[in-house]
Design a protein around this ligand. Structure first.
Ligand SMILES: [Zn+2]
Length: 434
């Protein structure tokens, strides 16, 4: 069914559930191939897109072995190939991104053989030079394959920069299933946050009448059910389970593209993760994006449940000040954070106005949000069954740092989530959420 969902989106023939029944949704990606194996088909799937040579094929030592080498060899039949071998464990930061721009100057098309970091670098370098790009995935670790942004770190601040979408996304399920378990567990984490992200986004919509859409979630419903039902299969090499995760990651990225931003897949749980990425201790044994999201999703699910089970919240003006942000985050990062949080701070009048609305509508708001949550106990159980992390200690963080992350994550970005609601209403102590 969902292979069809992707095909219909690619063909511009998926009916927009938020429209009048006649509007069709479409995405810029022109081809998605998810197959048990792509062996021997690498050149065919690229040829069908009619992309201009030379082809710059970007891999690191690990992804070169599992995919890059195959793609380099196969694409030689289509035109000149420029082999770009990044160093082990590349970083998605601005110096690396600009270095890739320089290295791909003569390329007609950029082709990533990799997952999160390589895909982000490749999309950035392609966009910067107005070139098309495509990706051969090597791990089902995150939902950015089909998104139109790259997460690139600049001066310590993780930024989401607008990019082109890949023209083609090619997923060889045997390769994905053979990826390191931690990367598969990451993809599970980055998929399950659908629930907490949707609840946060809808909260903001119900409080402030900001934009909200059903489309990105309707794309995911069927495969998400399957994923929740058999998480063990994902990490035991089952290709059907892997196909489900691959589709969810592709569709989640397309949902963000359709919405023109990461709203449907990145809310409070991603803010806590961004905080961790920006502020972690120097000697932190780094956890993958989706591993962090697995843990922070559990926190957000608990927080959302606690607020929704409690009395009607009563908000006060936001206590965060420029001084408090600067002293917590330091000069550089603090200034960028203040720009964000200043936009959503509640004044006394703003809080009073919102309290009138909340008192009138809370039972309605609560009912709508409870209808879309996945209970925290279910999330924790599914993650545990797949061997994924569920607690701060599973991702090598200290409790005190993690509590700080929950308390201050809302200061990073102008997105009003349950982190804001709970803090402005002073109702849930972050210490009780870990
Ligand atoms: Zn994510």
């Amino acid at each position: 069914m969902n292979t069809n969902t992707i095909a219909r989106l690619v063909d511009g023939a998926y009916v927009d559930p938020d429209g009048n029944g006649k509007t069709m949704l479409s995405v810029p990606t022109r081809s998605v191939v998810i197959a048990d194996s792509l062996k021997g088909m690498e050149a065919d799937v690229v040829r069908s897109l009619d992309l201009p040579p030379p082809f710059a094929i970007i891999s690191d030592p690990d992804t070169h072995v599992v995919m890059g080498k195959r793609v380099e060899r196969a694409l030689e039949s289509l035109g000149p190939v420029i082999k770009i071998h990044l160093s082990k464990n590349p970083h998605a930061d601005m110096p690396s991104a600009e270095a890739l721009v320089a290295e791909t100057r003569t390329a007609g098309t950029l082709i990533a053989a990799g997952s999160g970091t390589i895909n982000d670098l490749c999309k950035y370098a392609a966009s910067k030079q107005n070139r098309p790009c495509a990706v051969f995935a090597t791990a089902p670790s995150m939902n950015g394959y089909t998104s139109v942004n790259s997460a690139i770190t600049e001066h310590g601040h993780k930024k989401s920069l607008a990019t082109v979408a890949p023209d083609g996304v090619f997923m060889d399920l045997e390769v994905l299933a053979a990826a390191p378990k931690r990367m598969i567990q990451s993809g599970l984490g980055d998929s399950l946050c659908r629930a907490t992200a949707q609840v946060d986004w809808m909260l903001s919509h119900l409080l402030f009448d900001s934009e909200y859409r059903e489309a990105p979630f309707s794309l995911l419903v069927d495969d998400e059910k399957g994923l929740l039902g058999e998480p063990e299969a994902l990490v035991s090499g089952d290709l059907d389970a892997m196909a489900r995760l691959a589709r969810l990651l592709v569709l989640s990225g397309m949902g963000m593209t359709i919405c023109g931003g990461s709203f449907p897949a990145s809310q409070g749980e991603h803010l806590i993760s961004h905080y961790i990425e920006m502020m972690h201790p120097n000697d932190w044994d780094i956890a993958f994006h989706g591993e962090q999201i697995a843990v922070t999703t559990c926190v957000m699910a608990r927080l959302q449940e606690r607020v929704l089970q409690g009395p009607t919240p009563h908000l006060s003006s936001t206590t965060v000040t420029k001084q408090s942000v600067m002293s917590h985050f330091g000069e550089n990062i603090g200034a960028a954070c203040w720009d964000e949080v200043a936009q959503k701070r509640l004044t006394k009048d703003g809080a009073d106005e919102l309290n009138v609305h909340i008192e009138q509508s809370w039972s309605d708001i609560r009912e709508k949000l409870l209808a879309i949550i996945i209970p925290s106990e279910t999330l924790i159980s599914v993650l545990k069954r797949a061997g994924a992390p569920v607690s701060f200690s599973d991702i090598n963080l200290e409790e005190g740092f993690f509590i700080d992350a929950i308390s201050h994550a809302r200061e990073i970005r102008n997105r009003y989530t349950f982190l804001d609601l709970a803090a402005d209403a002073d109702i849930v102590d972050p210490k009780t959420l870990v």
